[in-house]
Write a protein that binds this ligand. Structure first.
Ligand SMILES: [Zn+2]
Length: 135
């Protein structure tokens, strides 16, 4: 089973990615950045609208508005964090460290980067950090 897995494994990390691959990552990340920016903008506008509407409603309606404001604020905070994660990834791309684990400097598999281009750690280091947090 182990041998079969090894046979099926992709070739060893070939070193720095060729320019074409970097350009592809850049356009993918820039697309994500645009999406995340518009999500954040929509949430900020929705928050502003909800806040403006809150004062004009009495009793239960005002409570509901407060709950909605909290939800929007939480989502906007998450959206802002997601946006800065993508910005950090674009910065790593420019610095030449994109696709490298920030902890062990090992390569992060392309399959993981495709699932989450903002990934900063390889699967091993993510596992280690979870064990550390749990311990
Ligand atoms: Zn690592």
């Amino acid at each position: 089973m182990t041998a079969r897995y090894a046979d099926a494994a992709p070739p060893a990390d070939p070193g720095p990615a060729p320019t074409a691959a970097l350009a592809a990552w850049r356009s993918l990340l820039e697309e994500r950045w645009q999406q995340r920016l518009s999500t954040l903008t929509e949430l900020a506008l929705a928050y502003h609208d909800a806040e403006a509407a809150r004062g004009s409603r009495p009793g239960d309606a005002a409570d509901a508005e407060t709950t909605e404001l909290r939800r929007l604020l939480r989502e906007a905070t998450a959206a802002r964090r997601a946006l800065s994660d993508t910005e950090a990834s674009i910065a790593r791309l420019a610095a030449g460290s994109f696709g490298r684990c920030e902890r062990c400097a090992g390569p992060i598999p392309t399959s993981e980067l495709l699932a989450e281009p903002e990934a900063r750690y390889c699967a091993d280091c993510v596992a280690v950090s979870w064990v550390t947090l749990a311990g």
